[in-house]
Design a protein around this ligand. Structure first.
Ligand SMILES: [Zn+2]
Ligand SMILES: [Zn+2]
Length: 284
């Protein structure tokens, strides 16, 4: 007899209706299947789960389409799964100071079956066709290490301009200094979101990262920029856990109306406004 792995009564309930930054086994250094993540989301009381595996050299250095086909077959996922609205996302690496994302200039000659393309798409175009939204993040800052503040700022602004990028991921812990106000205003102008990432408050990132994240959140509040909360869970039991994020937002009296992830309706509305309406998909 199969049932949920989670006893809902013993699972802490999420203070936000959505968790839009989570990882499955596909990310390779994460440990749960999408089904386990959906069960965990339901148990944590989430209305909406965004699954955002790494679209990056972290999962494969090959740039071959067959290594990214996980993202291509998203149509088989129910839109509402075990009572949870499930969005199909990716966390894409920003790979240069122009703000380009992984795979942007890799032209494919064939699809996953080996059939040749008449018009060669890029890896990013092809793999992202069925994506609802992307988070743009930096994981290896080597390329940006000697960048001026102006260039680093332009990099983030350009990444945010990608039509599928909805969220700027964990900019407070990327280690690349930028003009916070300029990036926040660019996000606001496009109706896009600045992430406050729960994992950035992990002890090993230290107090300076914590302070940077706090400053970003405070400026979002002051400038009227919407945020996305993400657990960045790499295992199902961390989904919907926002202890540090919630405490910080309470402490700085962050306006609830600027939290795009407060409920599914709000997040879907923001998503629709910034990157277009989501298709309904097949019923559960
Ligand atoms: Zn990340
Ligand atoms: Zn992540």
């Amino acid at each position: 007899m199969h049932g949920s792995t989670y006893d809902q009564a013993s699972v802490p309930q999420s203070p936000f209706g959505c968790d839009v930054h989570t990882h499955t086994l596909f990310s390779r250094h994460a440990y749960s299947t999408i089904g386990e993540c959906v069960d965990a989301a339901r148990a944590a009381g989430l209305e909406l789960l965004g699954s955002t595996d790494h679209y990056s050299c972290m999962t494969s250095p090959s740039l071959h389409v067959r290594d990214y086909q996980y993202f291509i077959n998203f149509d088989v996922w129910p839109r509402v799964w075990n009572g949870v609205r499930v969005l199909r996302g990716a966390e894409a690496d920003i790979i240069d100071l122009e703000g380009h994302l992984f795979g942007w200039n890799t032209y494919l000659s064939e699809g996953i079956t080996g059939k040749s393309f008449e018009h060669r798409p890029t890896l990013q175009e092809y793999v992202w066709r069925n994506l609802d939204y992307a988070i743009a993040s930096i994981h290896d800052k080597t390329f940006a290490q000697s960048a001026s503040l102006v260039r680093a700022t332009e990099m983030y602004v350009r990444a945010l301009a990608d039509p599928k990028v909805l969220i700027l991921g964990h900019s407070g812990r990327a280690g690349v200094p930028f003009d916070v106000d300029a990036v926040l205003c660019a996000a606001k102008e496009r109706g896009k979101l600045i992430e406050i990432n729960e994992h950035s408050f992990a002890r090993h990132y230290g107090s300076s990262t914590h302070n940077t994240c706090r400053r970003i959140a405070e400026r979002c509040a002051e400038l009227g920029v919407m945020i996305a909360t993400g657990s960045d869970a790499h295992i199902a039991c961390d989904i919907g856990r926002f202890d540090k994020t919630f405490a910080l937002l309470e402490e700085i009296h962050f306006p609830t109306e600027l939290i795009a992830t407060r409920d599914a309706h709000t997040f879907l509305r923001v998503c629709e406004h910034a990157i277009g309406a989501l298709p309904e998909g097949r019923p559960q």
